[in-house]
Ligand binder design. Sequence first.
Ligand code: NAD
Ligand code: TYD
Length: 337
Amino acid sequence: MKLLVTGGAGFIGSNFILYWLNNYPQDKIINLDKLTYAGNLENLKKVEKNSNYTFVKGNICDAEFIEGVIREIDVIVHFAAESHVDRSIREPSDFVMTNVVGTQVLLDAALKNGVKRFHHISTDEVFGSLNLNDSSKFNERTNYNPRSPYSASKASADHLVRVYYYTYNLPITITNCSNNFGSYQFPEKFIPLAITNILENKKVPVYGDGLYIRDWLYVEDHVRAIDLVLEKGKIGETYLIGGMLNNISNIDIVKKILKFMDKDEDYIEFVKDRPGHDRRYSVDWSKIKSELGWQPKYDFEIWLEKTIDWYKENEDWWKKIKTGEYSKYYQEQYGQT
Ligand code: NAD
Ligand code: TYD
């Protein structure tokens, strides 16, 4: 089988490629990535010499370029996106371009070239925000209600993917997953930002009252779920993927990280809240569990400790990022270095 992975130099895409070539060494993968600030080929060092792996630098919005790489592709796994909510609030246009227009360009190319499966990676953020004090969860029937430029662009992309199925019979599947964490996550996102700041002896910025809740999914559990959807998922269907059974607030996550790292709570710094900050996400992942037999391998705490260890052992990887262009963003976002 020949797969085109878009955004394969990013966090989840690179974890997917490493997993796939390990489990299906006979398959061929083309990794198509624009290498924005979030794309990092160092994530793929383990496979760069593998003859079944090819990297192609390019933009998913460029239809002519896509035509050149899509021939003889069986499956597209579409990760490429602008993915950070805070950046989308500062500068929405790149989000609309890549996440909406780029997805439509890929869908067109997939249709013209008879691709057998277009799998689209989306987010639970398209469903909006849940109340803090009830037990409601998102499921496959929840209405869309995006509330940030990022989630609005992902929602638009999801609609387009479904339209290509209903209108043109393109064989699609969609997964909407919750917040991922694990190895190779860019340290602008909450968990790696917290871990690496503590390793640098810096404070951890916690937005607002810190009582916001996300549904945390370990990246390896996520890529296993995508594998199952590619193998056994029904064409035209959507599957939600989450990692938690209980709610945990951002502040409690920082406290857990500090405890695992043997540090006191002086590292916590409450900072200005994010505008339009969604209160709570929680995913009902019973459909993928009952239909495809998926569930997270371990509890959140076990994966969190493993993630802390990864960042401790891979200082070279994240230090390069934190001293580069990212330090300017950090200064602008948090007003500190
Ligand atoms: P990421 O930001 O780490 O990586 C995105 C990758 O896409 C980068 O390598 C970047 O260079 C590439 N890219 C961006 N614009 C491109 C373009 N125009 N053409 C080609 N490549 C381009 O993102 P991630 O965290 O790995 O997320 C991957 C996917 O999963 C995204 O679609 C995101 O919306 C979705 N998702 C992520 C999370 C999460 O917690 N990280 C949660 C839910 C859904
Ligand atoms: P983030 O990792 O940006 O993911 P998303 O916004 O897509 O959920 O943020 C996760 C949660 O952590 C979210 O509630 C915002 C909060 N947060 C902080 O409190 N401080 C930070 O510095 C960041 C980046 C996020």
